[in-house]
Design a protein. Structure first.
Lengths: 179, 183
């Protein structure tokens, strides 16, 4: 029970502090799960993001379900998921009932201009940490750069990139080269 | 209300690849049902950018709330996440069973560098959005740099790398800086 409450609380915090969608929660996940609690490694987080990318639903929610399941089975998965969606539910219910033009408030716009800059810096640092644990060979560097260029310059779906790189990983192993 | 749950369950089941992937489905819902209009959906994208949480969750709460108050919001949101909970638990079980499998592990070994690249691309999108003014062109890059934001970015990045404190400190600090300097 205590661990279920802790799961709920961790993901409640992450849900309440993630600004700007799925990938923006990577710095929070690294902090809460890898560095503070040792519940997951950076490699596992990368695996979860890959699966979350290729399965239905929102990456943030999928990652929460994954980690909750790993800690406490099916109930853990459900509790972690409820934790990550509860802050949005509360905040949006308040906005929908009282503050329909919330995003037009000047102070909100200024605060969020600042927050976006912080999120950008936090993601850069999160990527550096993930690079250190996940990119281990020249082939890995090539995969990483190719994935970056394909998504920024071409309209390639991340799902396709994940499948191609996974298959290439297996093919290269058969040829005796690890990624 | 059942219809609301069914429709959001469908969005949760078919939108693959994160929050923004739900948008086309939500626009379709706006056309078909009176729960929210296209204009409200556009507003909601702005609200989602200025509130925490995934946009898909925010949108389902908002639509459900319009259709049936607090309970409607809760039902729509739970319906949206139900398919992913089921799918992920099945996949997590599968991966648990095959965690020693050579093929699964090498596949993920190839995928992890790619995911790093994908996240870097998402980070690049945010950087482009806040450090450069809109309409930015590479050959006249200096005219388009948003100088206050770039300075703040440099300071925060330095502090993050040096002290590695909890992300919330940097987010709160940057919000205050944004308010004071009217970024």
């Amino acid at each position: 029970m205590k661990e279920l409450l802790e799961l709920f609380w961790i993901f409640f915090k992450i849900g309440g502090l993630t600004f700007g969608g799925g990938y923006a929660m990577l710095p929070m996940l690294q902090r809460e799960l890898v560095e503070t609690r040792n519940w997951a490694t950076n490699e596992e987080l990368a695996n979860y993001f890959a699966v979350g990318q290729c399965t239905p639903g929102i990456i943030a929610v999928n990652t929460a379900t994954f980690i909750g399941y790993k800690r406490k089975g099916i109930i853990g998965g459900i509790v972690a998921t409820l934790g990550i969606i509860t802050p949005s539910y509360i905040i949006i219910s308040i906005i929908a009932s009282f503050l329909k033009n919330f995003s037009n408030i000047e102070a909100v716009q200024h605060a969020f201009a600042g927050i976006r800059v912080a999120v950008a810096a936090l993601i850069v640092f999160a990527v550096i940490k993930m690079w250190k644990t996940s990119v281990k060979s020249k082939i890995g560097i090539a995969f990483c750069i190719a994935a970056f260029l394909c998504t920024t310059l071409l309209p390639v779906s991340p799902v396709i990139i994940v499948f191609i790189c996974g298959s290439l990983g297996i093919i290269l192993m058969q040829m005796g080269r690890g990624v | 209300m059942l219809l609301l749950m069914l429709e959001f369950f469908k969005v949760g089941l078919f939108a693959i690849g994160g929050g923004l992937a739900t948008l086309p489905f939500l626009y379709e819902l706006a056309e078909k049902y009176p729960w929210f209009t296209k204009a409200e959906l556009t507003d909601m994208i702005a609200v989602s950018e200025s509130t925490p949480g995934p946009i898909g969750i925010n949108m389902s709460t908002y639509a459900g709330f319009n259709a049936g108050g607090l309970i409607g919001g809760a039902l729509a949101t739970l319906s949206l996440v139900a398919p992913s909970i089921i799918v992920i638990i099945i996949i997590a079980r599968f991966l648990e069973k095959f965690s020693d499998n050579k093929y699964v592990n090498t596949a993920f070994g190839g995928i992890r560098p790619a995911v790093t690249g994908l996240i870097a691309a998402a980070g690049f999108g945010v950087i482009e959005l806040c450090l450069f003014k809109s309409g930015f062109q590479l050959n006249r890059i200096w005219e388009f740099i948003n100088i206050p934001n770039t300075i703040l970015f440099g300071i925060i990045l330095y502090l993050v790398i040096k002290f590695n404190k909890h992300p919330v400190f940097y987010i709160a600090g940057a919000a205050i800086v944004g308010l004071i300097f009217k970024l």
